[in-house]
Write a protein that binds this ligand. Structure first.
Ligand SMILES: NC(=O)c1ccc[n+]([C@@H]2O[C@H](COP(=O)([O-])OP(=O)(O)OC[C@H]3O[C@@H](n4cnc5c(N)ncnc54)[C@H](O)[C@@H]3O)[C@@H](O)[C@H]2O)c1
Length: 250
């Protein structure tokens, strides 16, 4: 293994934005630990990236972000192989469109666990290595739902709004260690998560995006990579929408 390589941990690496981000990191010369619950999808990604970028480019680590023990185990698996992590990207997420009044307690718990508690638990487990190193980049992937709300995604929006607030507060706490914490809010993006939404909603969204098209996952990954590299060394606590102009938040 090349000891010079920077280390990135990317959740949700089996699909969509997480996969595109893992690809961008591997291309930029990072060694990527890709975390996901989807073992088969991640195995395909691992095979693809190892073939393209070499055998130390991508390592899959299974995790269920709704389970604290699973997160702690995955973190330990990483820290058994490297002394510190240079970048953490909390990209995994999950939701289903459904009116708030129909949400069951189990559904609400699952949405909060995967989209808010899981990322916070993973970040907390990996942070001591960054603090020790006196450097690090944390990039949270929230959603414009967390900035402006979203019909049928009330608990998801609450979780993503939580990720935005988590980003800002953690950035304040971590600045003294030269650890940067920023957040990317994707708008409608061409991934399986978006395509699982009802057709009527997808059509309506497309009409109101100023660019009149979905984001490509690679376009969101570019913004994530910016926050994870030296190009953003004086930037922390920032929330960037990558939404084709759909949301214009001051
Ligand atoms: N696609 C969009 O339109 C859109 C819009 C706004 C925000 N986002 C956010 O972007 C991020 C990436 O979404 P995407 O569109 O690439 O979705 P995706 O469904 O393509 O990928 C999400 C990944 O997260 C993984 N995942 C789901 N539950 C998990 C769990 N319990 N433990 C570990 N991994 C789990 C999935 O297996 C999958 O590989 C998410 O945080 C999502 O909320 C997406």
């Amino acid at each position: 293994m090349n000891a010079e390589k920077k280390i990135a941990v990317v959740t949700g690496a089996a699909s969509g934005i997480g996969k595109a981000t893992a690809n961008a990191f591997a291309q930029a010369g990072f060694r990527v630990f890709g975390l996901d619950i989807d073992v088969q999808g991640a195995a395909r990604v691992e095979a693809e990236f190892v073939q393209q970028y070499g055998k130390d480019a991508f390592t899959f680590v299974e995790v269920d972000l709704s389970q604290r023990d699973s997160i702690l185990q995955a973190s330990q698996t990483i820290l058994n192989q490297v002394t510190s992590v240079d970048a953490i990207v909390n990209a995994a997420g999950w939701d289903r469109i459904e009116p708030f009044v129909n949400n069951t307690p189990e559904f609400m718990d699952k949405v909060i666990q995967i989209n808010l508690m899981g990322p916070m638990t993973l970040t907390k487990a990996l942070l001591p290595s960054m603090i020790q190193a006196g450097s690090g980049k944390i990039v949270n992937v929230a959603s414009d739902a967390g900035r402006v709300g979203s019909m049928g995604e009330t608990v998801y929006a609450a979780a993503k709004g939580g990720m935005i607030a988590f980003t800002k507060s953690l950035a304040r706490e971590m600045a003294r260690y030269q650890i940067h914490v920023n957040c990317v809010c994707p708008g409608p993006t061409d991934t399986p998560l978006f395509h699982a939404q009802p057709d009527k909603l997808k059509e309506a969204l497309l009409k109101v995006i100023p660019f009149k098209r979905l984001a490509k996952p690679e376009e969101t990954a570019s913004a994530i990579l910016f926050f994870a590299t030296d190009k953003s060394n004086y930037v922390t606590a920032q929330i960037m929408s990558v939404s084709g102009g759909l949301t214009m938040v001051g």
